[in-house]
Design a protein around this ligand. Structure first.
Ligand code: FAD
Length: 518
């Protein structure tokens, strides 16, 4: 017999006795010797009250063998001689499109402008240490896309649980730990992602798929309203049948190319702001009521904040406990920040994007002349401003948090995890009012929600501008572009995903749609 139960175990109880099988036996009034094992289906932490509680959902196997296999099988077949599907971009969307193509018996041919994870690491080091940004190989571009040197949080708002589980199990199949199948807030960590991505590449190559790194798609050719060829690195032409366009939200040249070729794209609402960085012990103290020294059983604390300010949401985004702020620019002449954390989340800082909603219909009037690219131009503008304010390198403009809220330049800044360094700048007056004044009010409100949050021991760092795509590439019910047959806009760049898991799920859907017609 298998019984599903919920257990609430307080932190002191867990510290005293972490044996869940014994607790399950007690809960069910069952002799512990009848229990062959338990499977934790879900684990979450409730820190809302003074005493932290672990919530477990557990399947208890009473006189029943434990399950051995995962729910999904990933049966890849030799596709070396099969019909081809061309995929542009090898981020989560492109990778999962390729894997799905192979399951369905089609050969993925991937073009990726960046380098493989090993070579890419050197370019990432160059951004951090030498302030040199390679336009094809950086935190956003290269094998695994923006998902590789990311935080690897696997949260998604998607309600399609089955599909989410499939992606998680596939990540486990490629080397992620089983914990991601259980945790309420699953997280892989930036130190483990490259290896998993390398294994995904190896699967694709082993079964006859192709991946061409350092191959940028620079143009495409249309005949009779269908895509017929791709131009690679401005020189080679390759004939194509079905094309999945999974180039992500930082591939500005792709948006500009589509716009130039009069292919319909649309301006889309998005969000922009800054990244805030606190010492982790401050967040732990607030969330766990623990005076800075959290129990070893507790992970570095996180938070999620939202406040409506003058008709726009101001909210925390991609919160990275125990993490680092990273330089995520894709061109020289701009400063863009983002966050990541290692699997153990053991760095001494907590950082999070704090962003303001930008409404594409009402907030971009002064950029109207750029049409569908208005949001993109607005983004660029702010990233260039950040570059200038930071001293024209990857050093980022920053301010102490309460100084920002009070509208005062900071004489000195706090220590930071941001490797290229910080430069004190009056972000309160530099940011456009639309963003700056809402952020100031937002931070003040967050200080009331989390006592101790609004502190001068925190820095804000500019700018967090790549939260989501400012452009949407439309598609029909069959997932094709309405004007161009056989072109499947996919993932975050098209406006169909907002993170690793949703991008991967969209990749799978696009693969299914693309091969449907073959
Ligand atoms: P991308 O990952 O952007 O991949 C697009 C790929 O296309 C890139 O590899 C690029 O090089 C390639 N490309 C672009 N143009 C061309 C071209 N012309 N020719 C050939 N190739 C091209 N999300 C989460 O869910 N959890 C997190 O914790 C998280 N943390 C993040 C931390 C950082 C530092 C960053 C930068 C992002 C983070 N994200 C996180 C966001 C997440 O990485 C993206 O949502 C996700 O990667 C989007 O997937 P995608 O495949 O649609 O696009």
């Amino acid at each position: 017999m298998i019984k599903e139960i919920q257990l609430r175990v307080s932190l002191p109880e867990e510290e005293q006795d972490p044996d869940l099988t014994r607790r399950a036996a007690l809960h069910l009034g069952e002799d512990v010797s009848n229990i062959n094992g338990i499977v934790v289906l879900r684990k979450s932490i409730d820190a809302r009250k003074k005493i932290v509680v672990f919530n477990y959902k557990i399947a208890v196997y009473i006189n029943e063998p434990l399950p051995q296999e995962s729910e999904y099988k990933f049966d890849y077949q030799d596709v070396s001689k099969a019909s081809k599907v061309h995929i542009i971009g090898f981020g989560p969307a492109g990778m999962y499109a390729a894997l799905r193509c192979m399951e369905l018996g089609y050969k993925p041919v991937v073009y990726e402008r960046g380098k493989d994870v090993q070579k890419r690491r050197r370019d990432i080091k160059a951004i951090n240490q030498d302030h040199v940004v390679d336009e094809d190989s950086n935190y956003c571009f290269g094998e695994g896309g923006a998902g590789t040197y990311s935080d690897g949080k696997l949260y998604t708002r998607s309600l399609k649980r089955g599909d989410v589980r499939r992606i998680f199990e596939n990540l486990v199949f490629h080397g992620a730990t089983n914990e991601i199948l259980v945790d309420a807030h699953p997280h892989i960590g930036t130190n483990k992602l490259p290896k998993i991505i390398q294994r995904i590449r190896e699967t694709i190559l082993q079964y006859g798929g192709e991946i061409h790194f350092e191959t940028r798609v620079t143009d495409f050719i249309l005949r009779n309203d269908a895509i017929t060829s791709l131009i690679l690195n401005d020189q080679d032409e390759v004939a194509v049948n079905k094309v999945i366009l999974a180039t992500g939200h930082s591939a500005r040249d792709i948006f500009e190319l589509l716009h130039r070729k009069k292919v319909t794209i649309e301006a889309k609402s998005f969000a922009m702001g800054v990244r805030v960085e606190h010492p982790q012990h401050i967040i732990d103290s607030i969330q766990y009521s623990c005076d800075g020294e959290r129990s070893e059983l507790l992970p570095a604390a996180s938070y999620s904040l939202v406040q409506q300010i003058k008709g726009r949401g101001v909210y925390s985004f991609c919160m990275c406990p125990g993490g680092f702020i990273v330089p995520a620019a894709t061109q020289s002449g701009e400063v863009v920040v983002n966050g990541m954390s290692p699997s153990r989340r053991n760095n001494k800082f907590a950082n999070s994007g704090i962003v303001v909603e930008i409404n594409a219909d009402t907030d971009l009037k002064s950029f109207e002349k750029h049409g569908a690219l208005a949001g993109l131009e607005f983004q660029k503008n702010l990233e260039q401003l950040s570059f200038t304010a930071g001293g024209k390198s990857q050093t980022a403009p920053a301010q102490r948090l309460t100084d920002f809220v009070d509208g005062k330049l900071s004489d000195t800044l706090n220590e930071t995890s941001y490797q290229p360094g910080l430069h004190s700048a009056p972000l309160h007056s530099l940011l456009p009012k639309l963003i700056g004044s809402r952020l100031r009010k937002g931070f003040a409100a967050f200080g009331h929600k989390m006592h101790g949050y609004n502190t001068n021991e925190a820095n804000i760092v500019g700018v967090e501008s790549r939260t989501s795509s400012p452009v949407k590439i439309p598609r029909t019910e069959t997932l094709e572009h309405p004007q161009i047959k056989n072109l499947y806009p996919c993932g975050e760049g098209g406006g169909y995903a907002g993170g690793i898991v949703s991008a991967a799920m969209d990749g799978e859907r696009c693969a299914e749609a693309a091969v449907g017609g073959l």
